[in-house]
Each structure stands twice: as structure tokens, then as C-alpha cells.
Design a protein around this ligand. Sequence first.
Ligand SMILES: [Zn+2]
Length: 281
Amino acid sequence: MHQNSICTNNYNKTTKTIALITIAFSLTACNYMAIRPQSKTTNKEPLKVAVPTHQLNPKSRPPAKMKNLNFTTPAKYQGKTVYQIKPRNQEKVIALTVDDGPWTKTTSAMLDIFKQNNVKVTFFWVGNALQANPEIAKRVVAEGHAIGNHTWHHWYRNMDTTTAKSEIERTNDLIYKTTGVKTSFFRPPGGYLNNGLAAYAKNQQNSVVLWSVTSADTDPHAKPQAFVKNVLKGAKPGAIVLMHDGGGNRERTVKALPEIISGLKQQGYRFVTVPELLEMQ
Ligand SMILES: [Zn+2]
């Protein structure tokens, strides 16, 4: 329907030009909001123009959904550890999760694949990786993916409360400063639940999100096909799948990803983010 607004041939050139200028302004407004999420934008919405923006400039398409930058865990999962859920009616939903980024090259390559397939996932970010790659982080958020906290240093060792607090809050602060996102989803590095991190996160009413299926993409010897097989074999309604975009060379994960997505789609799965998944039980 929106194709009718500026793309019909009946419009004369002047009308088209005015429409394009209007669109250019509205795109600028959206992009400005995207990179300055903390700024008070008042109640004025950018002028709504029904436009097939992808036909104008595919690179400047505004983010689909900028309004929800708060990823809040449902009350029943606050202070809890979750591996998977049992969705109502056994609905075939699955949540892909991507850890240890943002990372140069691999994150962007994965974002391209997610976008082509219209798949939204959940990224668990490491603070020092985020510090190195803020622009990639902004793209992740602008493209509608959910965000969780994966500590600053990705340490496995035992931590006192002060250190655990610093690992988590320093990362939360940078996530907010970089993208405007607030999250109450936490994943402890290595899935360790007893080194002080999970205890701190639970105390803050976060949910501690582990996984029920691993791609095992950190195995240095496995081929991408093995990652595909691991995920497709382990898939169940309500599953949470572990994979990585950072913390090492993840080119094999990027290679496996299209087949992981198409295989799950063939099995009838629909992709949801972790925040969405936890609302489905
Ligand atoms: Zn990790």
C-alpha cells in the first residue's frame, strides 16, 4: 500500500521532489534519534510519510523499532536462572543468542544474515568488546535485536561482590551510554553460576540466562557443518541456542548461520528474542 504514495507514475516531478525532500528530513530525524537515544526527543514524532524507503537509499533505512530500548525481565524470572522455557501450546519458537561481541567483521556479517532472513536474536555483550566497537553496537540495536550483559572482562574466576558489581555495572553503564539500552538480562561467562556474578545479578533482579542448546562453535577443531547439526538436533520449542560473534575468530559461525536459520525454519520454528521468549510461557 505504501508503494502508492510516491511511486506511482502519475505524480509529476515537482511532487516527487518535494516528497523526496520530506523523506530525507524524516530519515535524518530517525537516524539522529538512533544515535542519540538519551536526548530528550519530546513528543514530536518525526513526520510520518508512507514511503518505501528501501527504494530510495537502502543504506539509510530508518530502524524499524527504536522505541523499546528497555529489555526488562518478566517478574516471574527476576532473580531466576533460565535455560529454556515451555511455550504455551508447544509453539515452535526458538531464541538464538550470540555472545562475546560486538566484534569486527563477524558481528556485521551476522547482522546481514539476520536482516536477510528477518530474524531477531539476543546479543550478550562484553564491556571491553563494546568499548572497542561502539558503531557495530549501534547497528545491532538499530536493527531491533535484544541486548544482554555478559560482564566487562569475561572472567571465570571467583569474585567478591565489589568486583562482580563492577563487572556488571560498568558494562551496563557503557551499554546505556553507547546505545541507550537498559537490560536486566545477564549471562555469566562460561555459564558459571557460582563465582559471584550470578549471585550479584540475581540480587539486582536480573534474570540469569543460560542456554539449552549449544552450537559448540568454540570448539577449535569443529567444522561449520557440526555447528549446524548441533543446533538442528537440539532444537525444541522454547529452546535458547548459544553461539558466538566475538571472543575469537568466528568465521565458522558466520558460515554456519544461514543453514542454521534455514534448517530451523524448515522445522517450523519462528525466531524470537530472549525477552520475547520469556513472555511466552
Ligand atoms: Zn562468553
